[in-house]
Ligand binder design. Structure first.
Ligand SMILES: Cc1cc2nc3c(=O)[nH]c(=O)nc-3n(C[C@H](O)[C@H](O)[C@H](O)COP(=O)(O)OP(=O)(O)OC[C@H]3O[C@@H](n4cnc5c(N)ncnc54)[C@H](O)[C@@H]3O)c2cc1C
Length: 380
């Protein structure tokens, strides 16, 4: 058992940390207030290789593997969890989707544009009546000669309003229910495609979340990603990997909250002592630090499992996402408590971290859905 990063892994993760501190930190509070995306930073991340972390060099990626991806997500999320989610979707759902399920032509056509950051991307599975149960989605894709005609509305799509390339899931055989869903690759300038409502969110406000509308939207039949009617399996396979990114986001937010709490507890004086001198506060900090450490260890273990080629890591990924996101909730809660009333004010970073953390328990499968996955695996 070897518990260390290679020099190259350390360097790339350290560079992500530097980028986050120098290029994301100065703007994050303003973007949070305005609910705006840092498109400039996303382009720069593309130029630096962070939008093609797990993609082989022949398709324009840097091929650094899942451990580096997890470390990068952690460092970016520590500073700006909204920008980090765009990076997560792009790397683990879209790039990985095309890499794993795309034809050679699709890989050559799309991956170089995605890995360079020339094109941003999104992954659109959820609908108003199909969240935890994506098999119930209603958007349809009907074959017409050499085309498919898409009709329907997707909701809650991260990066939906600026993505150049969209992976969308639609029903290709209604009679087959969840076994009649297919995945498609689509450009944002396709006639019949438009962006619907932009959500006004509680947290990760530097990420966008939108409806996508398909109205008689015609795409060539070779836009299919993977096999016709094999879409749900593609979505679920990709979400297993995606959960590593969301867990890293949760750990990054928790680590930032812990650092804020330690700093504040040393500065704030009550009863003529700094808060850090009270054992009640020390115990809270000790519990928080232990939980962050545990989740981080689990994060790198699951990232390593995927990187070393384990075919089925869905149980481990679900356990990781469940634990890391709920750990992050507990840590942010305690960190805000240590800040007292000041933590409730927008001047203090913990107020944003507390809001940003909440989504990690919901997207890419709620905590309850992670438990469904884990229970199914351990009872089979
Ligand atoms: C900010 C944000 C960004 C998002 N980004 C994307 C994206 O990029 N692409 C995309 O496709 N989707 C995205 N989503 C959608 C997200 O994945 C869903 O919101 C999530 O899967 C939950 O679905 P739902 O909101 O419809 O809740 P529901 O499925 O209605 O769930 C409501 C509650 O019921 C519980 N529940 C449901 N089924 C069960 C069950 N079988 N057993 C026990 N409890 C259950 C849930 O855990 C939850 O507590 C995003 C959502 C948000 C809020």
């Amino acid at each position: 058992m070897e518990f260390s990063f290679t020099d190259e892994q350390k360097m790339v993760i350290k560079e992500a940390k530097r980028f986050a501190e120098e290029r994301l930190a100065p703007d994050v509070e303003e973007l949070d207030q305005k609910g705006e995306v840092n498109l400039t930073a996303l382009k720069e991340l593309g130029e630096l290789g962070y939008l093609g972390i797990t993609v082989p060099e022949k398709y324009g990626g840097v091929d650094m593997g899942v451990v580096v991806y997890a470390g990068t997500m952690l460092e970016l999320s520590k500073v700006d969890a909204g920008t980090a989610v765009a990076v997560s979707v792009h790397n683990s759902l879209v790039n990985e989707g095309i890499l794993k399920f795309g034809t050679e032509k699709q890989k050559e056509e799309y991956l170089p544009k995605l890995t360079s950051g020339d094109w941003m991307s999104c992954f659109s599975l959820s609908e108003a009546n199909a969240g935890s149960d994506p098999g119930a989605l209603q958007t349809s894709a009907v074959r017409k000669g050499d085309s498919f005609i898409l009709n329907g509305t997707k909701n809650f799509t991260s990066s939906g309003d600026f993505a150049d390339l969209i992976i969308v899931f639609a029903q290709t055989d209604k009679d087959k229910g969840s076994r009649g869903i297919s995945a498609f690759i689509l450009k944002n300038d396709t006639p019949g495609f438009s962006i619907g409502k932009r959500e006004n969110k509680m947290g990760i406000r530097s990420a966008s979340c939108t409806e996508l509308v398909f109205d008689e939207c015609e795409i060539p039949a070779d836009s299919l990603l993977g096999k016709e009617n094999g879409g749900l399996k593609i979505a679920l396979t990709l979400l297993d990997g995606g959960r590593i990114g969301i867990a890293a986001q949760a750990v990054g937010i928790a680590e930032a909250a812990l650092e804020e709490a330690i700093r504040y507890s040393k500065e704030r004086v009550q009863f003529k002592k700094s808060l850090s001198k009270f054992q009640a506060i020390q115990f809270m900090l000790a519990e928080m630090a232990t939980e962050v450490e545990l989740a981080k260890t689990m994060l790198y273990k699951v990232a390593w499992l995927k990187e070393s080629g384990k075919k089925d890591f869905s149980k481990e990924a679900a356990m990781l996402k469940l634990y890391a996101s709920e750990m992050s909730h507990r840590v942010c809660h305690k960190a805000l408590q240590i800040h007292g009333g000041y933590g409730y004010m927008k001047e203090y970073k913990i107020e944003r971290l507390y809001r940003d953390q909440r989504i990690t328990e919901i997207y890419e499968g709620t905590s309850e859905i992670q438990k469904v996955v884990i229970a199914r695996k351990i009872l089979q």
